[in-house]
Design a protein around this ligand. Structure first.
Ligand code: NAD
Length: 298
């Protein structure tokens, strides 16, 4: 019989992910504070949940959360989840949240008889809709194996990163590196241009030389060389500045907690704070036009 997934959080990401579960044959119980988001999924075959705590959850095999922050996930795990949720229900949190909360919630739920994994994603709204997300999973190996077929309906690459919270560790460390490499790529394009080298020529050379990186070859911040990059759509996201800043904040807090120094991560956060002030709706590659216009001059 088809597995039943209770999906909590049908926003930009969750709506596409839940739709892919339906397409793969899962039964989906759709829950969001926003009734329009629930209705949109019901039209695709889901069943609406009107009250999460009062839901008859006796048929639920898996609960997925895709919520903004740790406090929202904690609320659902500790307060709002259905009274009738059967022991053994697999809890998969796909939200990007702080490592400490992820560890506490994952360990606590597992101890209470609800096997839990953190499974944050890489890839934005387009990947959520296309079912091509990358999942980074923290939790016990046997629970990772149980989560895999569910995650496979929503993603292409699924990695076990270790124990509780390690999915979040992989996610924030990766995104901190991405922020740093994007800023570096933008600085290189700006410098080359100001010294008389056009963007396409610099791209042709550097993408085959030692400066090559994903920010350049897959997501070029200079309009032209990479057709699908947000730079060719006036920096419409893509991966918006507030999202990047959120992840850099999580990285900075986690680094403080373990005494890891992240001088470039801290600097990247300050640069994205400036980007948020002037370009809150833009893609995180907007750093290049900011440099071109002297917005980051100290
Ligand atoms: P979103 O704000 O679009 O969606 C969150 C949804 O959760 C909203 O529809 C909201 O109504 C709902 N919600 C909040 N509290 C709830 C509750 N108690 N019960 C039921 N529903 C509730 O956010 P999003 O862009 O979908 O992002 C979700 C998570 O995924 C975040 O942690 C984000 O950092 C992460 N993420 C986002 C992207 C992206 O490109 N958007 C990429 C990777 C990871």
């Amino acid at each position: 019989m088809a597995q039943t997934v209770l999906f909590v959080g049908l926003g930009n990401m969750g709506s596409g992910m839940a739709a892919n579960l339906l397409k793969a044959g899962f039964r989906v119980l759709a829950c969001d504070l926003n009734p329009e988001a629930v209705d949109a999924l019901v039209e695709q075959g889901a069943t609406a949940v009107s009250s999460l705590p009062e839901l008859d959850a006796s048929s639920v095999d898996v609960m997925i959360t895709m919520l903004p922050k740790g406090e929202h996930v904690a609320n659902v795990y500790m307060k709002d989840s259905p009274q009738s949720l059967p022991k053994g229900t697999l809890m998969i949190d796909c939200s990007t949240i702080d490592v400490e909360t992820a560890r506490n919630l994952g360990e606590g739920a597992t101890e209470r008889g609800y096997p839990a994994v953190d499974a944050p994603v890489s890839g934005g709204v387009a990947a959520a809709q296309a079912g091509t997300l990358t999942f980074m999973v923290g939790g016990e190996a046997e629970h990772f194996e149980r989560a895999k077929p569910v995650l496979r309906a929503m993603g292409k690459n699924i990695f076990h990163a270790g124990g509780h919270g390690n999915g979040q560790v992989a996610k924030i460390a990766n995104n901190m590196l991405l922020a740093i490499s994007m800023i570096g790529t933008c600085e290189a394009f700006n410098l080359a241009e100001k010294l008389g080298l056009d963007a396409q020529t610099f791209f042709d050379i550097s993408s085959k030389a030692s400066g090559q990186c994903w920010s350049m070859t897959s997501y070029c911040p200079a309009p032209g060389p990479v057709e699908t990059a947000p730079s060719n759509r006036d920096y419409a996201p893509g991966f918006a500045v507030p999202m990047m800043l959120k992840d850099l904040g999580l990285a900075a807090d986690a680094a403080t907690g373990v005494g890891a120094t992240i001088p470039l991560g801290d600097h990247a956060k300050a640069i994205y704070e400036a980007a948020l002030a002037n370009h809150p709706d833009k893609d995180f590659s907007v750093i290049l036009p900011m440099l071109r216009q002297g917005e980051l001059a100290s």
